[in-house]
Design a protein around this ligand. Structure first.
Ligand code: ZN
Length: 419
């Protein structure tokens, strides 16, 4: 195993990413882990694979949970495999997001909507049905091309102060800036928010959808921790971040995507403006859960270890009974789970995934081959470990025929269970 790995040193962020406090405390170590989206070709299997520390820290000053080992963003996002439209759940979710924003903030035909991390343009297409002008910002060159070829204007860059100036100059200021599942990916949050402050109209709104630390914590979603996700947000540190750029988090909504997320609404403060009760309710919940206390996270780490034991023991027992096992989905989070639990081809014959980008490749670290989803029905294995558990409802429905014939799914999160 060891000769397969090449341990890489990466930039360590010294102070807290939000409040710049110096003393962060580590509470969970998921081990040296390869990049969760770096799938390998057959030829690459022979060369040493780069791995990076995957350690999680708490800032006891502002409460931000974060990684300090920062893999260069160019390495992570310039050629990206995640495409929003491959799931059925996300396009539907994006349509409702666009409808809500267009209605609540009275967007009109000349309103400019800028999306940061616009992927294949799925969300912006939904905004276009409301007549808005749209610009996407997407660092992954391969995916930006997909968006451009479907008619969605896309700037192939990372979003920061410089990109914001370029967009403001060419397209004007934005009535809405939207980012779904991007804030956690950004190392320099302050540069990002300087960009927002430049690009946003005075009466404009910033809407960010962010996986919520409360859900990660309660549902023990430790597998959503990987190098791309540098921060794991609760409302308290987020509020502090926005305030430091003279912006105000005035409303919040909990949404079901990505294992539980929050949609936060941010604007320039107006005289006498206040935030909604929903904001104060969630802040109170975070306090009740002691999300600011280090001991809380030590307990969480113990629960993660116990999930690993339960899952590994179950899989071992099934194998010893001669059962055939495969994995459903090759999401980034699945690779955290597989590597942390050291589950490889001795246990899972293969993985299946709907994304053609991943089919024919091997999973990072554990080197499990990825096939199209149809293989499950042709093959009828005894058990399918559901790695893409955030799409459980959609996948269980689609795999109706496999289950009718006696096939079973194993859900690893929030607790190991067979359905
Ligand atoms: Zn901090």
């Amino acid at each position: 195993m060891e000769e397969r790995l090449a341990i890489h040193r990466v930039k360590m962020t010294k102070p807290c990413r939000i409040c710049r406090h110096e003393s962060l405390r580590k509470f969970l170590s998921l081990g040296p882990t390869p990049l969760a989206n770096r799938f390998l070709t057959e030829e690459q299997l022979g060369s040493p694979e780069p791995v990076y520390p995957l350690d999680v820290y708490l800032c006891e000053s502002c409460g931000l949970v974060q990684l300090r080992d920062v893999v260069p963003a160019e390495l992570l996002f310039k050629n990206y495999v995640y495409v929003s439209s491959t799931s059925e759940t996300l396009p539907k979710h994006f349509r409702s997001l666009a409808d809500e924003v267009a209605d609540n903030f009275a967007l009109s035909a000349d309103s400019l909507v800028v999306e940061v991390g616009s992927n294949d343009g799925c969300l912006l297409k939904a905004f276009r049905t409301h007549g808005c002008r749209t610009v996407g910002v997407e660092p992954a060159t391969n995916i930006a091309k997909v968006a451009q070829s479907s008619g969605i204007e896309t700037v192939n860059e990372f979003f920061n102060e410089k990109t914001a100036r370029t967009i403001a100059k060419q397209w004007g200021k934005a009535a809405a800036i939207v980012g779904t599942n991007v804030l956690g990916h950004i190392d320099n949050l302050h540069d990002f928010l300087c960009g927002v402050a430049i690009l946003l109209q005075d009466a404009g709104v910033l809407i960010c959808e962010i996986p919520y630390l409360v859900d990660l914590f309660i549902q023990r979603e430790f597998d959503t921790i990987y190098h791309e996700h540098l921060s794991y947000f609760s409302l308290r540190p987020l509020g502090e971040l926005f305030r430091s750029h003279d912006l105000e988090l005035f409303d919040v909504k909990q949404v079901a995507v990505h294992g539980g997320s929050i949609r936060v609404y941010v604007r320039r403060p107006r005289p006498g403006s206040t935030s909604t009760q929903k904001v104060s309710r969630l802040l109170a919940l975070e306090k009740e859960l002691h999300l600011d206390a280090y001991e809380t996270y030590v307990d969480f780490a113990h629960e993660v270890q116990s999930t690993r034991e339960t899952l590994v023991n179950l899989l071992k027992r099934l194998k010893s009974e001669g059962k055939r096992l495969v994995g459903y989905g090759a999401p980034a989070k699945g690779n955290t789970l597989l590597n942390y639990c050291q589950i490889g081809t001795e246990t899972l014959d293969y993985l299946v995934d709907k994304s053609s980008y991943k089919q024919g490749l091997y999973s990072p670290g554990m080197h499990i081959p990825v096939f199209p989803v149809e293989r499950i029905l042709e093959d009828q294995p005894d058990y399918v470990l559901l790695l893409a558990w955030n799409f459980a409802e959609e996948i269980l429905k689609q795999q109706h025929a496999y289950r009718e014939r006696g096939g079973k799914f194993i859900l690893p999160i929030p607790e190991v269970k067979i359905v």
